[in-house]
Design a protein around this ligand. Sequence first.
Ligand code: HEC
Length: 118
Amino acid sequence: MRYRNIRHAGMVLALALAYALAAVPAVAAPAVTAPVVTAPAVTAGERLAATCTGCHSGQATALPPLAGQPQAVLLASLAAFKSGSRPATIMTQLAKGYTDEQLAQIAAWFAAQPGARQ
Ligand code: HEC
């Protein structure tokens, strides 16, 4: 059979190829033997603290670094900001945005980080 229409011939070839590929039996995926590596879990404290590190990185800012401060000290500061008993420019508003549990998680995370002055 001769094809005069080259586009038609191309379509026939493409269809034949598609059918041929569809006829190839599916190859079973090899069993996964490599150990599954999971990324370290991001704790709630770390996630929440991400908001704070922009201002409290300890670098190029006059603000005290939070990393490595004792958890109780951080928590006392945050509670005082939240209640308004410790006057502040921005921290009073910020601290009010978190539950006490979230502040505890944040304080725990910062306390567990290596301090800038250590
Ligand atoms: C927009 C910048 C900014 C962000 C974001 C910010 N802070 Fe602050 N922080 C300040 C400033 C400014 C002070 C000094 C007190 C004031 O004027 O509010 C301060 C003071 C503090 C202090 C007292 C530090 C000390 O040793 O006396 C703590 C604790 C603190 N912030 C915790 C946090 C935590 C936790 C977060 C995140 C939830 C946070 N801050 C986010 C600006 C910021």
